[in-house]
Design a protein. Structure first.
Lengths: 206, 268
């Protein structure tokens, strides 16, 4: 290595050590999207438009725990809240037994999944729900005794259905999918999950 | 193997215990099962096949890969993986191991890109050259400290893009890599999730890939790990040796710097 090359290598090393980035944050985001668009191929139901972010996804592409400014979070929650469509018949409680099956199933929306089959919610991947199911994840809070602790008033039913429909209406940048807003679950499936959480006979509340 | 089955059966007989105690003992039993797996790793079979593939004369030009420069000079395999991905002047781009292997298969052995990349991942009788080569080449970095340098501007750019991809939320489920790998001590079902934003978590995870997956009977490469995470993220299909794969690998490998490389490992 020539002295000049050695010097520039040392300088580069120092810049890296100082955390010097090549691109601005904005430029890096733009380049990352460009790179992703060229790096993924459409397969089955998973088309490239899955890389087109909506505003919530774009604003929430931040490290966990690095909260959005309060006003931005509030605006995002308001917009997501406005997206919630409640059932026309006004009934929010379905069948908890069907809800348990939806909570257990993790299929749906992957490029390897059959789009004709209904999607599951895979609640157990992240939440404890019933006492019997010991294979549960911990990304979300435990929902064991969810209804027993809260009751099943009209307000609680409305909040619970709404949270499943669009989690970001209540917590901006929640890790939980927006099951209704993004068309993952049907209205009936969301009613069944609401029953799983609130029905006194559900194993969640035993 | 018999012993491992026995411990799983032991876990299955604990059903009479209260839920919390049961969950804890199941986790303990799984930890024991993992420990017992370490006794013997079938990845050695892939390593042997990989070494053969490296030394065999193959391709239209009938030459071996022994002239391939993995970054430490032509034919130098020892310790090479611990410094990848890196910038290669002859290609003027940053490459991870798989991308560099394809480059050598094309430029030295004379394969077309399509022929070289026909089998990125193995599946039963359809075996992948890459998983075998990766098993052998990575085994030659065992005990070597991870040392991914970001000296070249293109390496720094790859790292920055990789970081953005890590936090990028998209698809029907709004998932990013960070959704599952951004906090310490979390699980999916009973599967522990490494926190890749934490130094220790990134080090432990990165230095234990590739791995022999007991549930699949295959050695899985790091590009496979990314490919299958994106499938579960509900993203489209990650292209083999794509720029996103290389950028994300650069981000994760660099974050593991300083840790001793310890793969091929064995995982459930």
């Amino acid at each position: 290595m020539s002295p000049r090359a050695a010097l520039s290598a040392a300088l580069l090393g120092a810049l890296v050590a100082a955390g010097c980035a090549t691109m601005s944050d904005e430029e890096a985001s733009r380049r990352a999207l460009e790179v992703m668009k060229a790096s993924f191929a459409e397969r089955g139901q998973a088309k490239l438009d899955r890389l087109d972010q909506d505003e919530t996804q774009r604003l929430c592409s931040i490290p966990p725990g690095s909260a959005l400014p309060k006003d931005v979070a509030g605006k995002l929650e308001k917009e997501n809240l406005a997206s919630i469509v409640y059932p026309a018949d006004g009934k929010l409680l379905g069948d908890w037994k069907a809800g348990e099956r939806v909570a257990q199933s993790g299929v749906g929306k992957q490029f390897s999944d059959d789009p004709k089959q209904p999607s599951g919610a895979n609640c157990y991947a992240c939440h404890q729900l019933s006492k019997q199911e010991i294979s549960f994840g911990t990304i979300g809070p435990s929902l064991y005794q969810y209804g027993k602790l809260r009751g099943a008033s009209a307000g609680i039913q409305r909040y619970t259905y709404g949270k499943i429909y669009n989690s970001n209406a209540f917590t901006a940048c929640s890790n939980m999918p927006r099951f209704g807003h993004k068309g993952i679950l049907t209205e009936q499936q969301m009613k069944d999950l609401t029953a799983l959480l609130l029905d006194p006979e559900s194993p969640v509340n035993k | 193997m018999k012993r491992s089955l026995a411990s799983l059966l032991a876990a299955a007989t604990l059903i009479a215990l209260p839920a919390a105690a049961l969950a804890q003992s199941t986790v303990d039993e799984i930890a024991k099962y993992r420990q017992q797996l370490q006794d013997g790793n079938p990845a050695e079979l892939w390593e042997a096949r990989g070494e053969d593939l490296w030394k065999q004369k193959r391709g239209p030009k009938n030459v071996s890969l022994e002239g391939c420069d993995l970054g430490k000079g032509p034919g130098v395999v020892k310790g090479a993986y611990a410094e990848l991905p890196r910038y290669f002047a002859d290609a003027d781009r940053v490459m991870d191991l798989e991308t560099r292997l394809v480059h050598c298969m094309v430029t030295q052995q004379g394969f077309s890109f399509a022929d070289a990349t026909r089998r990125p991942f193995g599946n039963g009788s359809s075996r992948s050259e890459f998983e075998a080569l990766a098993a052998w080449i990575t085994s030659e970095s065992k005990g070597v400290k991870m040392n991914v340098r970001l000296g070249h501007p293109k390496e720094r750019e790859a790292y920055q893009i990789g970081e953005k991809i890590f936090y990028f939320r998209g698809g029907p489920h709004d998932f990013a890599c960070a959704t599952c790998h951004g906090e310490t001590g979390k699980r999916i079902r009973l599967q522990d999730l490494p926190n890749l934003t934490d130094k220790a978590g990134a080090q432990l995870a990165y230095t234990t890939w590739p791995a022999y997956r007991v549930s699949q009977g295959e050695v899985r490469s790091f590009e496979w790990r990314l490919y299958d995470c994106f499938r579960q993220q509900r993203f489209p299909e990650l292209k083999f040796t794509s720029e996103a794969a290389i950028a994300l690998t650069t981000f994760l490998a660099r974050n593991a710097n300083g840790a001793e490389f310890n793969a091929p490992a064995i995982k459930r």
